[in-house]
Design a protein around this ligand. Structure first.
Ligand code: NAP
Length: 324
């Protein structure tokens, strides 16, 4: 099969379109014929082997343990491994996996779910990681409740665009922080107010929020706290920062350690990945409360360009790879 493979850590030049053996599903796994695969921050980090902490955490000390890139998928089940129940060959599914930038990928049956019928494969493929993360940050953590004022930083990003919609669905008043060209998009997602971070600061202390969902900008916790109510909640999802060893980890860890000693609730999110989340996302999609935003689509052979675009192109919403 054709796949985007990588033998050494490095930037997109380290990737190539290769011909490799089609994987065989093990016990509890299914083989998926890939139709589409989402691009997310994790793809870039695992490609670069950065932060280095990830290498010692099991992703491969000298070279990537998983040669094929891609962590989320939508496609059609082509074969079943032993002890798989609830799925059949031909089922349209979406979910989490390792190696989705390929014609076929194996996924654990407890990490996939039936594809929402109303979505295309491209639309479904961009949900698992980013929408799953947004769901945990906004709803499942219990952070956001009806009537609260919520600030979403990075509101047009992969996670942020879903976070805005989920917070609105919960009945919050949502303010989205984004750059100039994406203000209209964030309004269209349901945000009540938008802030252009290139022109305006939201940490002046004039306006306070009950909840801040932080997905970008790497502002200090001290600065973010100036925009929180005295008993407000800060959920740090993450942000990109040029720190090769620990990445952006110091900030959320510091916030969690500080939290018991202040009136505000300062948390870091470590998102999990499972079929239960996918079923919750499907419910929101089918209720019309959540819709994927796709910035651009690339064929499999152009996966390196897709990753570069995610990193440097300021996409609005998600970048997706199609495998025809
Ligand atoms: N904790 C977890 O378990 C978990 C799970 C998934 C993701 N993450 C992390 O969460 C972060 C966000 O992921 P993502 O996929 O949403 O990334 P993304 O798609 O790149 O979105 C980030 C958004 O933030 C905007 N932005 C950039 N600088 C900003 C600033 N100074 N202020 C406000 N907005 C700014 C960007 O738009 P412009 O470029 O136009 O400004 C972009 O729309 C990443 O660091 C990722 O690693 C963590």
């Amino acid at each position: 099969m054709r796949a985007i493979v990588q033998d050494e850590y490095g930037d997109v030049e380290a990737l190539r379109l290769g011909d490799i053996d089609t994987p065989t599903p093990g016990a509890g796994e299914v083989l998926i014929r890939v139709e589409a695969a989402g691009v997310d921050a994790g793809v870039w980090h695992l490609m670069m082997g950065r932060p280095y902490l990830a290498r010692v955490m099991g992703f491969g000390l000298r070279r990537p343990k998983t040669r094929v890139k891609g962590r989320e998928v939508a496609g059609v089940i082509a074969a079943l491994g032993d002890r798989v129940t609830g799925f059949a060959v031909g089922d349209e599914v979406y979910g989490y996996c390792e190696g989705s930038f390929a014609e076929y990928v194996c996924a654990r049956a407890d990490r996939i779910a039936p594809k929402p019928a109303s979505l295309s494969f491209e639309q479904a493929a961009v949900l698992p990681i980013s929408a799953g993360t947004a769901l945990q940050a906004v709803r499942d953590s219990g952070a956001v409740k009806a009537g609260q004022s919520v600030l979403v930083i990075g509101a047009a990003g992969g996670v942020g665009a879903f976070a805005v919609q989920i917070a609105k669905e919960l009945g919050a008043s949502v303010t989205g922080v984004t750059s100039t060209g994406k203000l209209e998009l964030v309004r269209s997602l349901g945000a009540d107010h938008v802030i252009d971070y290139t022109r305006e600061s939201f940490t002046t202390g004039i306006r306070l929020f009950d909840v801040i969902i932080d997905t970008a900008g790497h502002r200090s916790v001290a600065e973010l706290r100036t925009a929180l109510t005295p008993h407000g909640t800060l959920v740090i999802v993450g942000s990109e920062v040029d720190a090769p060893v620990f990445g952006g980890l110091g900030r959320p860890v510091g916030a969690s350690l500080k939290s018991p000693f202040v009136g505000q609730n300062l948390r870091m999110l470590a998102a999990t990945e499972n079929a239960g989340l996918l079923h919750s996302l499907t419910e929101l999609i089918e209720a019309g409360s959540l819709a994927p935003v796709i910035d651009s689509s690339y064929p499999l052979a152009e996966a390196p360009a897709a990753i570069r675009h995610w990193r440097d192109g300021h996409p609005a919403g998600k970048v997706v790879i199609t495998v025809a």
